[in-house]
Design a protein around this ligand. Structure first.
Ligand code: PMT
Length: 401
């Protein structure tokens, strides 16, 4: 990447002795022509002044208080949407703890909580604080939320002690962000498609065959792809979930509609099939409500397999086709059979026999199987579906880049 022209960087400066280094960081970003806005937390103002930040960044500096002036000019949601990337520098132990609990008590934490962009934390703290179990656990949680860390490193600290917790140098921060934005620029040229949720296969005008899929896993995947810059289309069966405006959401009801919407969305570079498409549909759907009878015989036929169609589409096969396998037993074996039979590149197996994961739950546990290396399966242990999605998309980004 040449420089950071047209890139919008939101710095959140927190109160720590290393806050002075944020000045040099901002200077370097400005030298690369970045468009900069800054939020100063209340305690950051004890270490650096709004005036010095404004002079170096040539951009707006927000007080860490909700004010009518701030909210009218650009409210906290708009500010979080404005940024291409948010950098919390220095990320103190206190800030890390606040972000971990989902606090929104001030402008900085509200913007982070409301953000759909990548958040980078640049930790800086005393070695004992860094090594404290609570900091370690908080960071683990934040990493699982998808936050990225730059540093810290080992060295002499401003407090006179030596060890891990020293803030990364401004050039390291700049390089890390530049390479991240570079990947985003590459991803922006690519299209991703996700199917999600259940389908409804009508028996008559009021009854249907379906399953318990909520769409959560697929929606999280679409969000993660969009956050990494992919031009993302989400085709969803009936679901109550909402999605960011940046994602092209196509709502469908039946497998046939999902198939048609998928066909119309091709070509794409990456396709992920997380929808729980009903396997069968009525041969003759009744237009009126069927009257109650003691026995009702339904004649069903197989629905088209959307994944199978796409992964065998000669001219428009995406570069990466990822299927899901919902299994109740012999997870790995059955998933690998689907991987081969459906000709996908990866298949993601999840156990849907337990209540705490799979269908409906906010949590999941998955194993990724790769067509070109069946022995090399990778497990993503039990965690939130949002975190599972982040990990899957991380692997996709590494794979395609
Ligand atoms: O929606 P949630 O509540 O968050 O739950 C998530 C989930 C459990 C639904 C999801 O993680 C999942 O496993 N999705 C796939 C469910 C499924 O139908 O699996 P399957 O083994 O029957 O199908 C295998 C693959 O073929 C899937 O990628 C499926 O989308 C695809 N398929 C299946 C049938 C069909 N007619 N067309 C398809 O594209």
């Amino acid at each position: 990447m040449q420089n950071l022209k047209n890139k919008k960087i939101l710095f959140i400066i927190c109160g720590g002795i290393s806050a002075y280094k944020s000045l040099e960081t901002i200077r370097l970003f400005k030298k690369e022509n970045a468009d900069i806005k800054t939020i100063l937390t209340k305690s950051a103002k004890e270490f650096v002044t709004p005036l010095s930040i404004a002079s170096l960044s040539q951009g707006r500096v927000y007080d860490d208080l909700f004010s009518i002036e701030n909210e009218t000019e650009m409210d906290h949601i708009a500010l979080s949407r404005w940024a291409d990337v948010i950098i919390v520098v220095p990320a103190t132990a206190n800030t890390i703890s606040k972000l971990c609990s989902g606090s929104s008590e001030d402008l900085a934490s509200s913007v982070v909580l409301a953000s759909n962009k990548q958040i980078f934390l640049v930790p800086a703290m005393n070695v004992r604080m860094w090594e404290h179990k609570s900091t370690k656990e908080n960071l683990k949680k934040l990493k699982n939320f998808g936050y990225k860390l730059i540093g810290p490193k080992i060295g002499d600290m401003a407090c006179g002690e030596y060890g891990m917790g020293k803030m990364s140098d401004p050039t390291e921060i700049l390089n890390e962000i530049k390479s991240f934005l570079n990947i985003i620029s590459i991803n922006k040229k690519m299209r991703a498609l996700v199917t999600a949720g259940p389908t409804h296969e009508y028996i008559d005008s009021v009854r249907y065959i379906s399953n318990k899929s909520s769409g959560k896993q697929g929606f999280e995947l679409a969000k993660s792809l969009s956050k990494r810059g992919f031009n993302t289309t989400l085709i969803s069966g009936p679901s109550n979930l909402e999605i960011d405006k940046e994602i092209n959401l196509i709502k469908v009801e039946t497998a046939e509609e999902m198939f048609k919407a998928t066909q119309e969305s091709l070509p794409v570079d990456i396709a992920i099939f997380s929808a729980a498409v009903a396997d069968f549909k009525m041969i003759n759907k009744k237009n009126d409500k069927i009257k109650k009878k003691n026995i009702l015989n339904l004649s069903l036929e197989k629905n088209i397999d959307i994944l199978n169609y796409v992964s065998n589409h000669n001219s428009m096969r995406p570069n990466l086709v990822v299927g899901f396998a919902a299994e109740t037993k012999n997870l790995d074996k059955n998933a690998q059979i689907k991987l081969i039979n459906k000709n996908c590149d990866w298949i993601i197996a999840n156990d849907v026999s337990k209540k705490d994961r799979g269908f409906e739950s906010d949590y999941n546990e998955v194993t990724i199987h790769y067509k070109n290396n069946l022995k090399n399966k990778e497990k993503i242990s039990f965690r939130k579906k949002s975190e599972i999605a982040e990990e899957i998309v991380d692997k996709i980004v590494t794979h395609i880049n």
